[in-house]
Design a protein around this ligand. Structure first.
Ligand SMILES: [Zn+2]
Length: 178
């Protein structure tokens, strides 16, 4: 599975591509929106916390399933749309996409996969085509084995930033012409 770097950058970029659409969006709200996108994109890996406390294997379980993604997005969107007086549908769809970006990255990475269909099917699923080298936490935080993964993720993150910068420039040019 990728490290939090790839998940955070993916959430950040998605937050940029899918901004909060309101009549008036303050700089503060834009900032909080980016933090929200990153938080949602990494949330699935917070299953490390109950695993550390109890010693049971929760990682890549329920929080990495489609049913949890739907429930989490529905409840969080309800709270956020109420607090920010925004459209529920808009917040729900964006939250769902931020969250699902995490499952996609894990699905296409090295490792045993994710329990995508819990609670209906208690099995790990992984793409036969691997894009991301795995980050092996079992080797400890400072293992040399992480260098390849981190290098790959830094290249991935840089590429994403360039693509979004180019897309934003193109969009602003088009808007100016109109
Ligand atoms: Zn994960």
């Amino acid at each position: 599975m990728p490290s939090p770097i790839a998940h955070s950058v993916s959430g950040y970029i998605l937050g940029k591509i899918l901004p909060l659409e309101q009549r008036k969006v303050s700089i503060h709200k834009t900032f909080y929106w980016q933090i929200y996108a990153v938080f949602v994109a990494i949330f699935a890996d917070f299953d490390f916390i109950p695993q550390l406390i109890t010693g049971e294997k929760y990682h890549r379980g329920l929080t990495h399933s489609l049913s949890f993604t739907l429930g989490f997005s529905a409840i969080l969107a309800l709270i956020v749309s109420y607090l920010w007086k925004s459209s529920y549908k808009q917040i729900f769809l964006r939250t769902f996409l931020f969250y699902i970006s995490h499952l996609c990255l894990d699905f296409f990475s090295e490792g045993r996969g994710i329990k995508l269909f819990l609670p209906f099917i208690d099995s790990f699923f992984r793409s036969p085509v691997i894009i991301f080298p795995g980050f092996h936490y079992s080797m400890g935080l400072w293992s040399y084995s992480h260098i390849l993964t981190l290098t790959f993720e830094l290249v991935y993150s840089t590429l994403l930033f360039f693509v979004v910068c180019y897309w934003q420039k193109t969009m602003s040019k088009k808007t100016k012409k109109i």
